[in-house]
Design a protein around this ligand. Structure first.
Ligand code: RB5
Length: 146
């Protein structure tokens, strides 16, 4: 796994934003493992959240991005896997805090909630912000995730 690998998945509600993100990530030199969905045709978000979680668990990438209509259902699905700390974010600040305090390894976005500019802001903060450690280390350890 390289630091420049990232796994991405969505349901139909997140398809358009996932395609935008892929372009942005590839332009930044990321190798993007795209688990679908592959169109805006209706699918079930639990399948995609779980598939992304399995790739994180296997170590295919250190970080992942999930997108559904609200960001909620697909994050719940992924968070059932203890290897995942998926955070639903709706601003650059929430994405930054998810990294600094929670060491989130998966960003979850609602394509029907945030516009493209905010979504890109979330992605940038998620990718560039380091975990602060310190007092947050103990708390993250209590989450019991990998
Ligand atoms: C699909 O219509 C929608 O329910 C889904 O994208 C997501 O918002 C679920 O949490």
């Amino acid at each position: 796994m390289s630091e420049k690998s990232i796994v991405i998945a969505c349901d139909h509600g997140g398809f358009d934003l996932k395609e935008e993100f892929k372009k942005v990530l590839q332009a930044q030199g990321f190798e993007v493992l795209d688990l679908g969905a592959n169109s805006a045709e209706s699918v079930d978000y639990p399948d995609y959240g779980a598939a992304l979680a399995s790739e994180i668990e296997k170590g295919s990438a250190e970080k992942g991005v999930l997108i559904c209509g609200s960001g909620i259902g697909i994050s719940i699905a992924a968070n059932r896997n203890p290897a995942v700390r998926a955070a639903v974010c709706h601003s650059g600040l929430t994405a930054r805090l998810a990294r600094q305090h929670n060491d989130a390894n998966v960003l979850s976005l609602g394509a029907r909630i945030v516009g493209l500019e905010t979504a890109l802001d979330c992605l940038n903060e998620f990718l560039t912000t380091e975990f602060e450690g310190g007092r947050h280390e103990r708390r993250v350890a209590k989450l019991g995730s990998a």
